[in-house]
Design a binder for this molecule. Structure first.
Ligand SMILES: Nc1ncnc2c1ncn2[C@@H]1O[C@H](COP(=O)(O)OP(=O)(O)O)[C@@H](O)[C@H]1O
Ligand SMILES: [Mg+2]
Length: 373
């Protein structure tokens, strides 16, 4: 990773000190990468760690299974049995009889079987989920360890589809259980900032002030230039100064965009049989990056259309740097901006300073339109 040392260090220190941390910000700005690095760092210091990504988990029983599996994987014997079970599929009964599993079940509860028996958790989702949420503290106590549990895309808890049941009820159970989990701290990341703030900020919410918000620092220009130059050098390429600063311009300091353009520029250079990244190559790299995302951008345009009737015209004006209110009803424009913000398409840096969360989407809207005909 480029330019995230202090974020990783600070978050790890807070968690190691026993406090929980919330990381909220737009997609693809590096939250998951930072959290993974934090867990890696703490893991090397002897902490137990577990991570669940709610984007990949559709129901409460699955959440219970994933959490139990991630938690018990900290015991290497259990991790091995889980790998074998997954590969063999049907030898579940054998797995349950291995001495490691039998011993762990005595210590940590029969319920840990759900990690080996897909479908079992569905018989009592509430019961197993309570068990799963409490398990990190149990294993930490049994093994004399400290532990960090990472929930990625945590705002899914509060999504309108209620994948894990009623959000208020679930967060109350979480708070009650987490509060008792002395040796465990929690890391929550989420890409819908307003939902994350709403889960952790208002006084009436169960997770009110449960974790402190950490804002990732912007990665500055010179950190990008240094980091990218090192990457190119590691790949036996050199890059012209102008080309380097052009990549950073096009990336608009957005991690995933900057890296994507750099990767595509690198690839183009190799394909040309060259080892020098120049301005021409960077132009190709930008086009290749736009091409990668084109289908997604087309879908986003459709989504913007459905968000608000002024959504697309407002988005296009923002993308082109034009004043948004001109000859449009103020209230409507304001609601369109809010809808775009709530969909995490734009974010506000300061009053009336709206930025696109994805610079490539901005470029797509600015150059491919007008869509609002
Ligand atoms: N600091 C960084 N340096 C290099 N690449 C990064 C950095 N931060 C993010 N990336 C890359 O950007 C992409 C998106 O990062 P990710 O951590 O998944 O973001 P998020 O979790 O916020 O959606 C990944 O491909 C990741 O490797
Ligand atoms: Mg992520």
């Amino acid at each position: 990773m480029i330019g995230r040392e202090s974020d990783v260090r600070e978050i790890a220190a807070t968690l190691a000190g026993g406090s929980s941390v919330v990381l909220a910000g737009p997609r693809r700005t590096g939250k998951t990468s930072v959290c993974d690095a934090v867990l890696g760092r703490l893991g090397r210091r002897g902490f137990y760690t577990a991570a669940v990504d709610l984007f990949r988990i559709a129901t409460a029983p699955e959440l219970a299974e994933a959490l139990v599996a991630g938690t018990i994987a900290n015991r290497s014997a259990l991790r091995r049995v889980m790998h074998q079970t997954r590969r063999a599929g049907r030898f579940v009964a054998d797995a349950l009889q291995t001495s490691a599993v039998v011993r762990s079940k005595t210590q940590l509860g029969e319920e840990l079987e759900i990690a080996f028996r897909p479908g079992l958790a569905a018989r009592d989702p509430d019961g197993y989920l309570d068990y799963a949420l409490a398990l990190p503290a149990r294993i930490a106590a049994a093994d004399g360890k400290e532990m960090v549990v990472f929930f990625d895309e945590f705002q899914e808890i509060a999504s309108p589809q209620q994948p894990y049941g009623d959000a208020d009820r679930l967060t109350k159970r979480m708070r009650a259980i987490f509060q008792r989990s002395g040796a465990v701290s929690y890391l929550f990341a989420g890409s819908l900032e307003h939902l994350m703030r709403d889960l952790f900020t208002p006084a009436h919410r169960a997770l009110h002030q449960f974790g402190g918000f950490h804002d990732l620092r912007p990665i500055e220009r010179d950190a990008w230039e240094r980091g990218l130059a090192e990457r190119f050098a590691a790949d036996d390429c050199s890059i012209e100064t102008g080309a380097l600063s052009r990549i950073v311009d096009y990336g608009e300091l957005h991690p995933r965009t900057t890296m994507l353009i750099a990767q595509k520029s690198h690839l183009t250079t190799i394909e040309l049989g060259s080892t020098l990244v120049d301005l021409g190559v960077v132009e190709q790299g930008l086009l290749a990056a736009l091409a990668v995302d084109r289908a997604v951008h087309e879908q986003t345009v459709e989504r913007i259309r459905r968000l608000h009737k002024l959504g697309l015209v407002v988005a296009e004006r923002l993308a082109r740097g034009e004043p948004v209110y001109t000859r449009l009803p103020r209230g409507g424009v304001r609601r369109a901006l809010e809808a775009l913000r709530d969909a995490a398409i734009i974010e506000s840096r300061a009053r009336a300073d709206w930025r696109f969360s994805n610079p490539l989407l901005r470029r797509y809207l600015a150059t491919m339109g007008p869509f609002d005909l």
